[in-house]
Design a protein around this ligand. Structure first.
Ligand SMILES: C[S@@+](CC[C@H](N)C(=O)[O-])C[C@H]1O[C@@H](n2cnc3c(N)ncnc32)[C@H](O)[C@@H]1O
Length: 523
């Protein structure tokens, strides 16, 4: 089969629909001061409405820090809004770094900063093309080569995967198409399947790094996950005609769903479910049979969840705070997936342009995550298995939360997630959390070429059994209580209020972080 260069690669459907080819200008960036005369510029061509609207919403989101989802939803003439704006916001750290690196603010003072960022996003992370010939579009096109080089530099220098560009992972929607059907369809689209077998995970990863532009592979761990080269990103961003049969989802996001392993006809609760990528994967694993209660409290995200869940009869969506969901509302729940809000520090863009660690924010997030996980363990008497996952690389949100819940919930124990996965996995949690770290899994960009992800699997203990972390903590507690009482008496004497409103997990997190600080000071 012919090897097609990625820049040539256009989804078949698009080839049919396309009636105009974009021709980038070849001239160099403007003289530097943005002071071309009116005559030189010619008649004013309006900026496409979608770009103008994206500028408006991106600015509101970033400058005013407002939730723009409801605004976009109401905007009936901005159907692509969520995708377009979402793309800018999720790539913002890299876009800002590139905007600064190219000194666009000083070189193109007449070019609106937000518009520049939207255009950069479309060029580098969207379709790879810009629409129309308005002045800002033409101006940005003159920087195209420099923009792409800047992105390559950032990715090469800061890529958490080293010099390797992360692949494009694509999940087959097995509710519509089986694996063989997917392979046939992709062959029609001129993709070549690499049909080698791998005895170990590392040799698979090495082959992924060498994928040619027209090649793809079936994943080593998950049969419904396909792996394409990085260069396939623009193909998949444009492959609208395949969007119901294939889901753009990172491989790491399948760890929690595969670890939960709900058989068909089981009853599942997805506590924090929007936009619903894991929910729909669970539905596929269950062959769309049984019941999945998918809970989401955010109105706009709930709307998105409903959209994603359409076509999956097994999913029942509930708009609510999952801490208020009772057993009566979701009768007979046996399996719980908890994938709550987190710092998102495992996301690629965040790893490329790292933000300073905000301990206070992590501390608050860990407290919430602890509450949610405790609710999963205590509110639903029939639950036998729980998977907790985050896309955070911070122990405080991961092993820290797991330790907190195990200490206070003897009736659930932590399973060895590597064993549960049943196939070789490279990274586990920190050995600092004895009896916990080695049982939890991490997906790491540098090794797995995925986003960063953490997953822990809990199982209800048999009647009369309690987990060993709980037992050890109970033993420790006596001396701990004595010290706490002493401290409280001392505080009272000093006229202070010794009451704390922290959750136990937050208390432990605080203890741990101050002990780390003490250790650092000693060093
Ligand atoms: C990390 S995202 C979930 C992603 C989702 N599992 C997926 O794979 O598509 C976390 C979601 O949980 C929602 N959320 C956070 N706290 C919640 C709560 N107490 N009740 C319901 N939803 C909550 C957030 O609004 C957000 O949509």
């Amino acid at each position: 089969m012919r090897n097609v260069c990625p820049s040539e690669r256009i989804p078949v459907q698009e080839k049919i629909q396309k009636n105009e080819k974009f021709k980038p200008t070849t001239s160099a960036p403007s003289s530097g001061k943005g002071n071309d005369t009116k005559e030189q510029r010619g008649p004013k061509i309006p900026i496409p409405t979608n770009y103008r609207k994206a500028v408006k919403y991106v600015r509101i989101a970033v400058e005013e820090k407002r939730n723009i989802q409801p605004l976009i939803e109401k905007d009936k003439h901005f159907r692509v809004g969520r995708t377009l704006v979402g793309r800018v916001l999720s790539n913002m750290p890299v876009i800002e770094a590139i905007y600064k690196q190219l000194e666009l603010a000083s070189k193109e003072p007449r070019l609106n900063e937000w518009l520049a960022k939207v255009l950069i996003s479309e060029l580098l992370f969207g379709s790879g093309r810009l629409v129309g010939n308005s002045l800002p579009v033409e101006c940005m096109m003159r920087y195209e080569a420099q923009l792409r080089t800047a992105l390559t530099d950032i990715e090469a220098k800061k890529s958490p995967a080293g010099n390797v560009k992360e692949p494009r992972f694509v999940r087959i929607n097995t509710n519509l198409l089986n694996v063989e059907g997917a392979k046939r369809l992709l062959a029609e689209e001129q993709w070549n399947l690499v049909e080698e077998t791998f005895t170990d995970y590392r040799s698979f990863l090495e082959r992924v790094k060498k994928l040619g532009d027209a090649e793809y592979m079936q994943d080593y761990h998950f049969p419904d996950m396909l792996v394409f080269p990085h260069s396939a990103k623009s193909y998949w961003a444009r492959a609208q005609h395949l969007s119901d049969k294939f889901v753009l989802q990172n491989k790491a996001c399948l760890l929690p769903t595969y670890l939960l392993k709900p058989p068909k006809k089981s009853v599942v609760l997805d506590m924090c479910s929007a936009p619903g990528l894991k929910t729909t994967h669970l539905a596929c694993l269950m062959k769309n049979k049984g019941r999945i209660y998918a809970v989401e409290y955010d109105r706009a995200r709930y709307a998105l969840l409903c959209e994603y869940a359409r076509g999956f009869g097994v999913i029942k969506t509930i708009q609510s705070d999952c801490l208020e969901v009772t057993d009566e509302q979701v009768p007979g729940v046996q399996y719980v997936l908890l994938d709550p809000s987190c710092s998102g520090s495992g996301m690629l863009q965040r790893q490329m342009v790292p933000e300073p660690i905000d301990e206070d924010r992590l501390y608050k997030l860990a407290g919430l995550q602890y509450k949610l996980l405790s609710h999963a363990m205590n509110a639903f008497p029939h639950v036998r298995r729980i998977v907790y996952s985050t896309c955070s690389v911070h122990e405080m949100e991961n092993e820290g939360v797991v330790q907190g819940v195990l200490r206070h919930n003897g009736h659930f124990r932590l399973l060895d997630a590597r064993k549960e996965l049943g196939k070789e996995w490279l990274n586990v949690g920190s050995p600092e959390y004895a009896g916990i770290g080695e049982r939890c899994l991490y997906a790491k960009t540098v090794d797995d070429l995925t986003i960063g992800m953490f997953a822990a699997v809990f199982e209800r203990c048999p009647e009369g059994v309690v987990n060993e972390v709980y037992v050890a903590y109970e033993k420790q507690k006596h001396s701990y209580d004595v010290v706490a009482q002493k401290m409280s008496r001392q505080k009272k004497r000093e006229g202070q209020n010794g009451q704390s409103e922290d959750t136990p997990a937050q208390h432990e997190v605080q203890e741990k972080s101050s002990s780390k600080k003490r250790k650092k000071n000693r060093e």
